[in-house]
Write a protein that binds this ligand. Sequence first.
Ligand SMILES: Nc1ncnc2c1ncn2[C@@H]1O[C@H](COP(=O)(O)OP(=O)(O)OP(=O)(O)O)[C@@H](O)[C@H]1O
Ligand SMILES: O=P(O)(O)OC[C@H]1O[C@H](OP(=O)(O)OP(=O)(O)O)[C@H](O)[C@@H]1O
Length: 231
Amino acid sequence: MSVKLGVPSKGRLMEKTFDWFGERGISLSRSGSDREYAGKVEGIAGVELVLLSAGEIPRELAAGRIHLGVTGTDLVREKLGQWEQRVEPLAELGFGHADLILAVPNAWVDVNSLDDLDAAAAAFRQTHKFRLRIATKYHRLVREFLRDHGVADYQLVDSQGATEGTVKNETAEAVADITSTGDTLRANHLKILSDATILKSQATLFRSRMAAANDSERAVIKEMSRTLGLI
Ligand SMILES: Nc1ncnc2c1ncn2[C@@H]1O[C@H](COP(=O)(O)OP(=O)(O)OP(=O)(O)O)[C@@H](O)[C@H]1O
Ligand SMILES: O=P(O)(O)OC[C@H]1O[C@H](OP(=O)(O)OP(=O)(O)O)[C@H](O)[C@@H]1O
């Protein structure tokens, strides 16, 4: 048996993860064609590369099907209840930075903070006879944040992509999504509430607390941590 390392299977996260390991003496690469989800590890023995969707890595770690995995902290916190008991962050990788924020239309000139949103949500319900809709894929994190900040008069609507478009499409009045450069928010005429940064995320290497590891696998994880300069 070997230590299974889960890495995002495409895009910026995959490339930067490969670079991060490569700079530290462990070479990760995709084998075969661009479309084949198989990988190769050089520079350490006993490690198998598992290429997965970034969104699935938290679940695979929690189920113990991979020992180590790279994904965004936002995805781990959203997808895993009591995440600290199921995974341990080993290293923040310094890329994939994104903030989970709440945003409303620029045209809502009186709404700039959570207090303003709370007032606007109550007024919205009075006028429209339904609760203000916030589009997001981060249901757990948004609910917890709004509960902790005393905002209750809203409903979440699920949006798994192109979330900033929901306001223009009139399926939501506000959005909770990640932002990096802010370009997508600006292009969709949305503004971030001043006190509504729900989470600051970046790509992180996690260890599963659920994956069974025999002595030799534990030794490989230790050697890898040493090679990567984590211990
Ligand atoms: N514009 C961005 N800038 C920086 N990081 C981003 C950006 N968009 C997403 N991320 C981060 O990248 C990670 C993966 O997001 P992404 O939506 O690509 O994964 P995914 O849902 O697994 O994708 P897919 O299902 O299409 O494979 C998340 O942790 C997220 O915070
Ligand atoms: O602040 P910015 O730099 O503009 O980046 C933010 C955008 O990036 C992500 O979308 P992604 O490209 O992953 O597509 P998605 O709509 O499918 O989530 C996120 O959902 C935002 O829409």
